[in-house]
Design a protein around this ligand. Structure first.
Ligand code: AGP
Length: 624
C-alpha cells in the first residue's frame, strides 16, 4: 500500500522521482521520503510525515536554511535515487517512521512496499548483534541486514542472502554509498516494474510513475531482483541465476486530466459513469474477436461450464455478488461469490467445470492476487476482470476482460464499480448465447438496456441534486448511525452503498438483508437511526420489501427509500424517497448507483471529510 519509485541515468532526478511519487499517492499518503547518491557520492535524504506536498515543503525549507554544507555533501539531488510514499502498517505516521530507512552508519537507504512478517525476530537478533534501530517499522531490518551482508559479500550475493532471511511481501529499492552506481530493486509478491528508456531506467510500483518517460516496461517476475547501473540492468531469480523477463510495450497510458473543474475526483468520477457504461458496451461489442481472444476460453469450455465463481474484495466483491444474479438469471449457471481474504484461508476444493473470475479495479489487491495464484497452482481456469491492463492479475490469469472505467483516482470506487457491473451483465449474455439460451437480438437488447441505465443513472442525480445539496444531505449529516437494507439483488447493492458512507463520511452503517430484520436488528430500530431501503423490481421481492418497510415504520423508524415509480405503497411509507423509472429488474442497482454515491458524497462534504483520500485507506491494497 506504499509506493516506491527509483531512477538511474544521466539526469538529476529528484524532481522526476517526486513527480512519479505524486502520481502514485493513491497507494498511500501518510508520509513520504527521498534519498539519492549525490555529486560527492554521499547518501543524502529527506523524509516527512505527510504526502509529497509536505515533502516538497520540507525540501524547500532545508534548502533555504543553513543545513546545506558548502562542500555540497548534503546536496539533495543526484542521478541515482529512490523515493517513497507510505501507508502505515508498522508504526504510526511520523517523520522517523517515514521511508527511507537506514543502516547504523546511514550509508544505506531502503524504501519498501509490503510487510516483512518476521521483522520482530530479525530485529531482536540484529539488536543483539549491536545494530541500532530508530524506527518502529518492519522495513528498517532490511537496511541493517544489508549492512552486514555487503561487508563480506558481492552485491549480488548480499541481496540473495538478505532475501533468504525475509518472510512476507516486499518491493524494495536500495542504494548505498559502498556501491554508489547501483540501484537494487527486489520483488516478492508486491508489484514492481522497470521503465526502460534510451539512456535511463526507472523503477516503480506502478507504470503510471513513468508513463510520460517511456513505454518500454519490464514487469519483474515474483521472487526476483535486479541490479541497475546506468542503463544496464541484470535481473536474477532467487537461485542467483540470471533471467531475462521480456521488455513489453505499455499500452495503458492514462495521463491525468485533473479534476476538470470538480471539487473532488470522486465527484468527477461519479459524473463519468454514464460515459463509462457507453465505453464498456462499445468496447465489448466493437472488439468481440479480440476480447474473446483475451478471455482465452473456448466456446466449448463455456458450454461445458457448470459453476462460475467470483472472487474480490470490497467494492469488487459487491460487483461479484450482483454478478451472481446476472449469471444465474441470464446464463443459468450456478454462481457463487467469495471474499478473497476468506477464500485464501478456507479449505480449498478444486471444482470441475468451474470458471473463476477475479474481480479487481487495480488488478493488484494482495488477497485477490493470492487467491488467483492458489487457483492457478491447482490448474483451475481463471479470468481477471480488471481495470488496469498492466496489472499483475491481467498478466497472471489464464484470460482477462478489461473494464473501461479509465483511471479512477478517488479511493472510493464509483465508476470502476459501474464498469464491472456493465461488463458482468454483457458477459452473462455472452455465456447465455454460447449455451444457445439467447439470440444475438437479446445481446443487442442488453446493450440498449445498459445505455438506458446509464442515462437514468445520470438523470436521477440531476433530478435530485438541488434537493440533496440544499435540504436532504444537511438533514442526514447529523445522524451518527444508519441501517441499510436490501433484498435479493438490492442487498449486495445496499452493501456497496453502506461501504461508501462508511468509507468517505466515517458514519457507522449496519447493512442487512431485509428478511433478517426480525432475526435481531429490528431491536435497533428507533427514530435516531435512519433506515435506508433499496427496492427491487421483482414483484415477489418487492412485496417482501414492502413488508419489511412496514416493520420499520411500525417501530417509529425513519425510512429513506430508493424506489421505482410504480411502487406507490412503498413510496407512501417513506420519510424521504428517491424515485427511479422502471428498468430491467437486474439493472435496478445500476440505475441507483450514481444517486446514492452523490448523496453520500454530499454528506461527507458537509462533514468536511478528505473525500478523495479517506483516513487509513489507500486505493490499491497490495498488502494483506
Ligand atoms: C471501494 O470504495 C474501496 N476503495 C475498496 O473496497 C476496493 O474496492 C477494494 O480494496 C478492492 O480493490 P480492487 O478492486 O482494486 O481489487
Amino acid at each position: 500500500m506504499c509506493s516506491v519509485v527509483g531512477y538511474s541515468g544521466p539526469r538529476l532526478c529528484r524532481q522526476m522521482i517526486l513527480e512519479g511519487l505524486s502520481r502514485l499517492e493513491y497507494r498511500g499518503y501518510d508520509s513520504s521520503g527521498f534519498a539519492c547518491i549525490n555529486a560527492t557520492s554521499k547518501l543524502a535524504s529527506v523524509k516527512t510525515q505527510g504526502g509529497i506536498q509536505q515533502l516538497n515543503l520540507k525540501i524547500a525549507t532545508q534548502e533555504m536554511g543553513v543545513s546545506i554544507s558548502s562542500s555540497g555533501e548534503n546536496n539533495l539531488d543526484g542521478t541515482l535515487a529512490i523515493g517513497h510514499t507510505r501507508w502505515s502498517t508498522h508504526g504510526v505516521s511520523t517523520d522517523t517512521n517515514a521511508h527511507p530507512h537506514f543502516d547504523c552508519h546511514k550509508s544505506i537507504a531502503v524504501v519498501h512496499n509490503g510487510i516483512i512478517e518476521n521483522f520482530v525476530l530479525l530485529k531482536e537478533k540484529l539488536q543483539l548483534a549491536g545494530h541500532h534501530f530508530v524506527s518502529q517499522t518492519d522495513t528498517e531490518v532490511v537496511a541493517h541486514l544489508f549492512e552486514d551482508e555487503i561487508k563480506t559479500k558481492s552485491l549480488e550475493k548480499a541481496v540473495l542472502s538478505v532475501v533468504t532471511k525475509l518472510q512476507g511481501a516486499y518491493a524494495l529499492l536500495i542504494i548505498s554509498e559502498k556501491y554508489p552506481d547501483y540501484l537494487i530493486a527486489v520483488r516478492k509478491s508486491s508489484p514492481l516494474c522497470l521503465g526502460v528508456a534510451d539512456k535511463e531506467i526507472f523503477v516503480a510500483s506502478d507504470v503510471t510513475a513513468f508513463t510520460d518517460k517511456t513505454d518500454q516496461v519490464v514487469f519483474l517476475p515474483d521472487e526476483s531482483f535486479v541490479l541497475i547501473s546506468g542503463t544496464d540492468y541484470h535481473v536474477y531469480n532467487y537461485f542467483g541465476e540470471r533471467i531475462y523477463p521480456p521488455v513489453q510495450k505499455n499500452t495503458c497510458i492514462w495521463l491525468s486530466e485533473g479534476k476538470s473543474g470538480y471539487e473532488h475526483y470522486m465527484l468527477k468520477e461519479i459524473y463519468e459513469q454514464k460515459r463509462v457504461i457507453i465505453d464498456t458496451v462499445n468496447f465489448l461489442r466493437g472488439n468481440t474477436a479480440a476480447v474473446m481472444q483475451q478471455l482465452n476460453i473456448s466456446p466449448e469450455t463455456v458450454q461445458d461450464i457448470q459453476n462460475i465463481h467470483f472472487i474480490g474484495c470490497g467494492t469488487s466483491w459487491h460487483a461479484g455478488l450482483i454478478g451472481e444474479y446476472f449469471m444465474q438469471e441470464i446464463a443459468q449457471v450456478a454462481t457463487q461469490s467469495f471474499l478473497a481474504s476468506e477464500f485464501r484461508y478456507k479449505k480449498f476444493f478444486s471444482y470441475p467445470r468451474t470458471l473463476t473470475i477475479i474481480i479487481s479495479q487495480s488488478g493488484e489487491t494482495a488477497d485477490s492476487l493470492e487467491a488467483l495464484r492458489l487457483l492457478s497452482a491447482s490448474k483451475q481456469p481463471t479470468v481477471a476482470l480488471a481495470n488496469v491492463a498492466s496489472s499483475s492479475m491481467v498478466r497472471e490469469a489464464d484470460g482477462f476482460l478489461l473494464t473501461q472505467a479509465g483511471q479512477e483516482i478517488a479511493v472510493a470506487s464509483t465508476k470502476a464499480f459501474t464498469s464491472q457491473i456493465a461488463a458482468l451483465y454483457i458477459f452473462a449474455h455472452w455465456v447465455a448465447h454460447s449455451k444457445g439460451l439467447i439470440t444475438n437480438k437479446a445481446i443487442a437488447r442488453a446493450h440498449e438496456e445498459l445505455f438506458v441505465a446509464g442515462e437514468i443513472l445520470e438523470n436521477s442525480i440531476e433530478r435530485y441534486k438541488f434537493d440533496i445539496v440544499a435540504r436532504i444531505a444537511p438533514y442526514y449529516a447529523k445522524y451518527k448511525n444508519f441501517i441499510f437494507l436490501g433484498r435479493h439483488i438490492s442487498f449486495p447493492f445496499a452493501l456497496e452503498a453502506a461501504l461508501k458512507l462508511k468509507e468517505i463520511a466515517y458514519i457507522f452503517v449496519d447493512c442487512y438483508p431485509a428478511g433478517e430484520l426480525k432475526h435481531g436488528p429490528l431491536a435497533l430500530i428507533d427514530a435516531q437511526t435512519p433506515v435506508v431501503l433499496f427496492s427491487c423490481l421483482d414483484e415477489v421481492i418487492y412485496k417482501k420489501l414492502y413488508g419489511n418497510a412496514q416493520e420499520v415504520k411500525a417501530r417509529s423508524g425513519h425510512l429513506i427509500v430508493f424506489a421505482f415509480e410504480h411502487q406507490k405503497d412503498l413510496i407512501a411509507l417513506a420519510d424521504t424517497v428517491f424515485i427511479f423509472p422502471k428498468v430491467n429488474p437486474l439493472l435496478a442497482p445500476l440505475v441507483m448507483t450514481g444517486l446514492v454515491q452523490f448523496f453520500v458524497y454530499q454528506i461527507a462534504l458537509l462533514l468536511e471529510r478528505p473525500i478523495d483520500r479517506p483516513r487509513n485507506l489507500a486505493k490499491s491494497v497490495t498488502v494483506e
